[in-house]
Design a protein around this ligand. Structure first.
Ligand code: SAH
Length: 210
């Protein structure tokens, strides 16, 4: 079987059920987001190293987070931690607009090139410190953080729309991190834990090199 179709079957087996999410993942060629040397592993269900010492998330984790985010076609989504751009591409197939922030200029530039080659014209990559969010386009219906922090920066909570949802790994790098879903309701923030995960840390400031 084609590796790409095999990966989608594996995601189903891992409990990803939302068919919109599965087909969005199926539409994004993951090999495009990897260095030449790692492309043979593109459809393995594992996290892999990318440029600047960062990682592209495990497809199961992309599936879980995207499913939990509950993205509707009219939504504007903010992603913190563009990395390779893969998660942003998946979101681009589900949302009206996606804004993604990355602290390494190299990664932001590479991701922008990949997304434009895939003609994902509704995904916008910004170089900068995502701990500050992206106030110029706020508020966002959905926010996804793909690097671990504890606590989640207040700026991100502030830029979440009413009835908005935010998914993030909470915890320290190297330690146990918990994937958390927050919903902003008229009665305040409602929190749900989605399970243990492992992400690189959310670091303050734009990177000064690379
Ligand atoms: N979503 C990515 C994987 C993210 S890896 C993908 O699909 O490939 C986490 C990324 O978060 C790294 O690229 C790291 O540089 C970035 N990051 C960490 N702290 C950040 C910050 N304060 N602002 C923006 N990006 C940050």
């Amino acid at each position: 079987m084609e590796a790409r179709a095999g990966l989608i079957l594996d995601l189903r087996r891992q409990g990803i059920r939302d068919t919109r999410v599965l087909s969005a993942i199926e539409r994004v060629p993951r090999r495009f987001f990897l260095t030449a040397k790692l492309q043979k592993h593109a459809y393995d269900n594992t996290a892999l190293p990318i440029e600047c010492g960062q990682t592209i998330s495990q497809p199961t984790v992309v599936g879980m987070m995207t499913e939990a985010l509950d993205v509707k076609p009219e939504h504007r989504v903010l992603e913190i931690g563009t990395g390779s751009g893969f998660q942003a591409a998946v979101l681009g197939h589900l949302a009206k607009e996606v804004y993604s922030v990355e602290r390494y200029r190299t990664l932001a530039d590479l991701a922008r090139d990949r997304l434009s080659a895939l003609k994902l014209k509704n995904v916008f990559v910004h170089f900068g410190d995502g701990m500050l969010g992206l106030p110029e386009h706020a508020p966002y219906d959905r926010i996804i953080v793909t690097a671990a922090a504890d606590p989640i920066p207040q700026a991100l909570m502030d830029q979440l729309a009413d009835d908005g949802k935010l998914v993030a790994p909470v915890g320290h790098s190297g330690g146990i991190q918990e994937l958390v879903l927050y919903e902003k309701t008229s009665n305040g923030l409602v929190k749900r834990n989605l399970g243990a995960v492992r992400f690189v840390p959310l670091l303050p400031g734009a990177a000064s090199s690379l």
